[in-house]
Design a protein around this ligand. Sequence first.
Ligand code: EPU
Length: 302
Amino acid sequence: MRIEDPQLLTAFRELDVEWKPAVSLAELTYLGIGGTTDLLSILRHDAIPDLLNLLDGHGIPHKFLGGGSNLLVIDGELPFVVLQLASRDPDVVIEGNIASVDAAADLGRTVTFCAKHNLGGMEGLIGVPGTVGGALRMNAGAYGTQIGSYVREVKLYRAAGRRLETLHGRQISFEYRHTSFASDDMMLSVKLELPSKPYPEILQGIRICNEKRRASQPLGQKSAGCIFKNPPGASAGRMIDELGLKGFAVGDARVSERHANFFINAGHASAADMLALIAGVRDRVRGAYGVTLEYEVVVWNA
Ligand code: EPU
């Protein structure tokens, strides 16, 4: 979708919103799949309500992009514009046991930054790609850690009320890969309360998690991490593996040989290839186990 109205472009400048025309989502997502649209980079959080009123007033649909690590975007000219928070410096500020983190901050860098200040707890999240905002909205987790456990306070834009709000951790429910945030809430920043731990001890935990991840996941290949959530008491990866589906492919979209819940873009996979692979694997699992796997990956298809 292209924004061409000169009045709108002037209004963006006044709101400190940077207009980036014709951006390829394939270049902004870890899967390396996705079509083209205009991107609006937001430099000031307080400009968001005015920006969204402006877009709504002009009938321009939009979606919020975090780090693009858990996202599958359709091909071609996209029927919406994309909004993204610009990164700020500093993006993490520490006071005692509280880390105040910008939603645009890289999650891995945040974990190591806090570690260097002797704040631990998030070791398991090392190696989870994406931004802190993205991790927050889906309650990202790994190796027994979920980010939601450490959330003291969240600042967000709530599309429903069209305003910026601050929620206390207790007002948010964090479950396995699910939160009580609305799908059009935009995370802005978070205060995490982290346990004190000596840096060398945290570093040891980080090393162990890194090794486990390297041994079991296809790092360095284009993927969106796990495609499906684990059903209660079971592992989607193991189920897909048991069906002999490692290496199963539609075009260049392929089930990883290393971890069967990771689907790889092995070349020039289209969104259609990846969606067909996901649907095919889901059907096979449903047929064999009677379980309908839920998507973990977020799909932008309209
Ligand atoms: N397994 C297989 N074959 C496979 C993959 C896994 O047999 O191809 C078996 C493993 O041997 C193990 C069991 O399945 O016995 C579970 O595997 P793993 O430890 O790799 O964990 P997972 O349940 O597949 C979850 C998260 C990962 C997270 C890891 C580590 C989900 C959907 N996945 O994977 O998160 O990194 O635990 O904590 O919850 C993600 O969210 O994108 C993600 C990758």
